[in-house]
Design a protein. Structure first.
Length: 327
């Protein structure tokens, strides 16, 4: 089968289209014929050797797939060949940039009628991340103010909408251009801030009458982290779920004491270790989508062999919404 693989860490150019052996499902495993692959910042971190857990070489990236069950292992009882499913592959088994992949039957979610593969695959990683950053880790309460960075990105477009669905009183969206900010506004953001402008954090404080935000979603790192922390309210929660800039922030924990603030780390594979939590929240997201309450923004669909191009576009901040590869 065809797959995108890298044999060394580096830039997008290390991603190579290659032929590898098609896997065979065993036990509770199923073989999925992949129809759509979600592209995420975690994939770029894997490629650069900067992921949260070690990445063995050679490696086929991609943890988010939607497709059709093609074969089942001898212990599979809960799913049949021909079923359309969406799933997240384990952090140690990410092999989604390919024509086929192996997944555990216990992590499969049937795709509801009326949702295509491209929209289904836009949900697992970024949808679940937005959901659990806001609800599980951020402990968002009704009426609170939420700050969503990169609000036109994959996580951001979903987080803006979920924050409103969860009862946020005000959603402040940041992005790097007026076009991206307008997209966030269309999705329900109440206030817009361009974080490439000087003193954007003061604008956030002005919007909140000096109080600051109750929950902040932060994935850039470096200076963005520091400035986000400066506009956090008393009892505020800053949830960090990435370091897209590659610049690790420096945190002096005692600074949190004055306002009873929290900085919380989020790593989705830990949610995956709780199947009940994972399955119920994904079902909830699919329900929102099916009812039209959650709109998924597809930023572009590309053939599998253009994976390197997609990584370049994503890291160059030249995209909005969800980026998808199709074998």
């Amino acid at each position: 089968m065809k797959a995108i693989q890298f044999q060394e860490f580096g830039g997008p150019e290390v991603l190579q289209l290659t032929d590898i052996e098609k896997p065979t499902p065993k036990g509770h495993e199923v073989l999925i014929e992949i129809k759509a692959i979600g592209v995420n910042y975690a994939d770029t971190a894997r490629r650069q050797g900067q992921y949260v857990v070690p990445t063995p070489l050679p490696f086929v990236p991609g943890a988010e797939v939607a497709g059709t069950v093609a074969e089942v292992g001898d212990k599979v009882t809960g799913v049949k060949v021909g079923t359309n499913v969406v799933t997240l592959l384990g952090a140690d088994k990410a092999t989604g940039y390919a024509e086929y992949t192996i997944a555990d039957e216990r992590g499969l979610i049937p795709i509801p009628e009326g949702i295509d593969f491209e929209h289904a695959v836009a949900l697992p990683l970024q949808g679940l991340s937005a959901y659990h950053i806001l609800k599980t880790m951020g402990r968002l309460e009704k009426g609170e103010t939420v700050l969503v960075h990169a609000a036109a990105g994959g996580v951001g477009t979903i987080a803006v909408q979920l924050a409103k669905l969860f009862g946020a009183g005000k959603v402040i969206a940041t992005a790097s251009s007026s076009e991206k900010l307008q997209l966030a506004k269309q999705l329900g953001a109440d206030e817009l801030v361009n974080y490439t402008e000087e003193n954007w954090e003061q604008k956030v404080l002005d919007i909140t009458d000096g109080k600051g935000v109750d929950v902040a979603l932060e994935m850039a790192g470096g200076e963005i982290f520091d400035k986000t922390l400066s506009c956090l309210a008393s009892f505020g929660r800053l949830v960090i779920y990435g370091v897209a800039s590659g610049e690790q922030p420096t945190l002096h924990p005692s600074i949190l004491m004055g306002k009873n603030q929290s900085v919380i780390g989020f790593f989705l594979p830990q949610i995956m270790k709780k199947p009940d939590l994972f399955a119920s929240s994904l079902q909830e997201l699919l329900s929102y989508t099916q009812k039209g309450e959650l709109k998924l923004t597809i930023g572009g669909t590309y053939p599998l062999e253009e994976a390197a191009k997609v990584h370049s576009l994503m890291q160059g901040r030249k995209t909005s919404g969800k980026l998808i590869l199709v074998p």
